[in-house]
Design a protein around this ligand. Sequence first.
Ligand code: TYD
Ligand code: MG
Length: 477
Amino acid sequence: PEKVKNSWVCENCGNVYGQWWGSCRSCHTAGSIKKFSESEVSRARGAEISDAMVRSWLPEQSRTLAPLSLVDVNMGRDQSQWRIPLSGHFGVEVSKVLGGGIVPGSLILIGGDPGVGKSTLALQIAAILAEGFNFNGPVPVVYVSGEESIEQIGNRAHRMRITTKDLFLYSSTDIEDILDKIQKLSPQALILDSIQTVYLRGVAGSAGNIMQVKECTSALLRFAKQTNIPVLLIGHVTKTGDIAGPRILEHIVDAVIYMEGERCSAYRLLRAVKNRFGSTDELGVFEMSESGLQAVSNPSQIFLSENFSDSEVLAGLAVAVIVDGSRTFLIEVQALCVSDSFVGRQFNGIPQKKAALIISVLMKQAGLKLQDNAIFLNVVSGFELTETAGDLAIAAAICSSFLEYPIPNDYAFIGEVGLGGELRSVPRMDKRVIAVAKLGFKKCIIPKSAEKSLSLHDLDLEILGCRNLKEVINAVF
Ligand code: TYD
Ligand code: MG
């Protein structure tokens, strides 16, 4: 009879144990250890496959598995070819998030909630790469889907008006089969949708389980490194991380990009959370359309609701100034305080702890009687406001709703709120204030301590420095 070997794997970090544990000894997650059985036969086969496959992926001349001189490795490499650039507004926006383009031989994970638009994004990237010219002329790009048939991908491409003949489509879930077919085409990039649908023969379990995700990703990494073909890998990853493998995936791949956005909003944000070849502080902003994603050049437009152009101003609205990556933009914070109501609180787009803290400071340090109010907070367009520079706008929005006194729609707020109700300076004040002036705002409330260090001239903007929340309330309301 076949010998069965059991192993216990942490679903969170992928550590393998010889026995079950109540919580993972590596990442300390409770209840994350799951049992896997694999027969000795399939294990042996798995090992054999990996080695044979690895060798077959190697270009002929580098099959000698020995160290190579740097000069030989880099021979003939044109410096400008180091990253594959993406053209057009959309391409430039994506490139920025990737740190300037796609590094040959890199494995990039595109994560995000199901339905957020990952497949659309990936197909668009594939099309741009296929349309672009390499120094040798057109080079194919392959888009492989384990989720959709080639007809479905074709339909999507048709809707998006993609027509390039250098884009190749393939539908398969067998990694070995995929990599074998790809190698023959020798494309400039491989897009794989998604890691949860592919499997490696000889590895225990069905597609999507932690062992498969781990082994398939490792196989793709080896493939990318040895062929120098960059691989864009899509992964369904929820914010709470409850789909198998996000953490493990992040550890294995070279770069991780997350696509964010609310279902009901047409805007999508792209953010690098890991990048072995570049910085991770760029943000891409896109708008969805029938023909795919369009880059948004002025994000402030989308984070300010229509109310801001109206002459009639509502209470409970305040504008914050955010710096994200190289972008500075204004976003609207909305607050609703309802007295004599059930006392509930709901915060959308603002971290629970931050909101609770600001409300407490307003009660204690500014004397606002918020305790009998239901308080709702919201940020327009599904943006998550985590930066401390937004504290003052949150506080101002709450004051405005509570006092039922609208803030003029040409006011903006910048500053961190301390526990004593004091306002603190935040980084890059100059940049923020310039953004406010550029968008035609007339008054900007900032911490007093930041006022003197501002080095701005000739701005058509009144700057008002305040020491604490009480001063802000006296000045604005
Ligand atoms: P899809 O790319 O399939 O999401 P995911 O792969 O993350 O599950 O996109 C979901 C739906 O949204 C799909 O019906 C296509 C549509 N969509 C557009 O019409 N335009 C767009 O710009 C995007 C991003 C998506
Ligand atoms: Mg998809």
